[in-house]
Design a protein around this ligand. Sequence first.
Ligand code: ZN
Length: 449
Amino acid sequence: MLLAAKWVLPVSQESIEDGAVVVSGDKIEAVGKRKELERNYPEEEVKDFGQAVLMPGFVDAHAHLEYSVFRGLCDDLSFTHWKMQVTKKSKKLTAKNWFSSAELGALEAIRSGITCIADTTDTGASLKASRQAGLRGIIFHEVMGMDNSRVGRIISEAKKNVSSWQAEAEGTNLEIGISPYSVYTVSPPLFKAVSDWAKEDNLTVCFHLAGSPDEYEFVKYGSSPLATSFLEQMGWNDLLWQPTGVSPVKYVEQWDALESGKVIVVHCIQVSDADIDILKKYDVSVVHCPKCSAKLGMGVAPLGKFLYRDLKVGMGMDSPASNNTMDMFDEMRIGLLLQRGLEEKVEGLSAENFIKLATLGGAQALRIDSEVGSLEKDKKADLIAVDVSHTHQNPVCDPCSALVYTANQEDVIFTMVGGRVLYEGGEYLTLDKERIIATTKPVRAKLKG
Ligand SMILES: [Zn+2]
């Protein structure tokens, strides 16, 4: 198949005007000028997207698909209060409900040009939904517990689940990782036990770190509503939580949580230069979630410093429970504008930089950039077409500018993962949109009550 568009944006090289991509099986066979490729591949069926940009699919480096049905339910709350509301409402859902919610997320993902997802899940619903949708990615099994006496039991249960999830992921584009959720839900020995397990089984680890000011105060001073109301809500108020006197990053380093080799941390807002040194020392990947972080009043991560230190950085959208949409265009735009506002400069923060973060950067953060993240011969055919022919986009002179400053998720017209078309021009080829939306309505009604 020869896919053609006014612009091809390989990300690993300059954009190509009147370009094309030849897909053969699950891989990219060639990227170049349309005329040349039509000459070299005369047998290929041509699909022309017109005034559109063909580019690598987005890598959503941090998601919780199963929380999609919470969209708009807990808005305008600060981080801890939001977390407590979501936790409280979560108790109302059954396994079937979580699956419906994850399906809703998967539906939005493929509609929005997300081809690869790094999803943290407690129930495993997002594994099933991602598999059904045909997404690529890493599904992280959530691990939680603040009671030191339960570490052994938690790990053995998680090991059982992970091996059954691995069997379920067999033959798909998905792999399984582990997620010790956060410093306010995971005890120090549990962090260490997860790290030892990950090292032994070569698993990728992902957790939330240094997000809200409340989390910083929780770790350093043993205070904030996380240490009082949240621990009480979780039934952990009889466990002794003491100030550690250090930052969240230093704290997890002390418990060997960064040592397993393939570690991804999400948010990293409350970080000092010394913390960034620690992340660099262990080659930890950082997931930048600017829209969710700003919405919950967590702050703005020092992205410029991460890039200056050459950390692996991807973009994540967390979940519709906090972010409302899984729109990577919005995420890039807000991320870029927030950084420029924060840093009072424009240099090093271009539209092109953010497209790279949302594609190749995410693939690097997940350590799968040899397979995906850019349009290159022999990489997997994970690509999307974005229509830039609308009135608010004309005239287009630079595809990066059009994508970051004018596009949104509705402009995606084609999503392909590993050579398989998942979405094209309003049609979902792997999921049933009407059924999914109808199924989630009663789930939402349950949450509202
Ligand atoms: Zn998250």
